[in-house]
Ligand binder design. Sequence first.
Ligand SMILES: [Zn+2]
Length: 134
Amino acid sequence: MTEKCPFCNAIFTVSSVGDGGICGACREPIECPHCKKVVREERTTGYFIEKLVKAPIQDSSLSQYLGITDEEWDEMGAELNANTGSSDEMTYYYWFTVPDGTPDDILEKTGWEVDQTIDDIPVWVVDVDESPCH
Ligand SMILES: [Zn+2]
């Protein structure tokens, strides 16, 4: 059975070890294996082992770099362009133009202006391999 952490949305399983003992049951914490917060407590004569099944989805490196969330990036609908210099063989950096319809709160947060060109976006924040837990 899997559970979802209410704090970080990680998915994990809980199994109890040593349950069914003759000693009095006491309340043992069930901790999220990802954020280590106590999700709840349950009575058991043993103890709980939590195993991470799926880490919570985090914003992409690009969004983190830009200081916005993936959702906001989608909302902007900006188009990333690769600057390949003259050779076209390798990407030096990425750039995009802040679209017309970018919500004000994003502009406020980032200090961007509509039609502003955001360049020098490092290649590594765009061309990242998704980690297997995504
Ligand atoms: Zn958690």
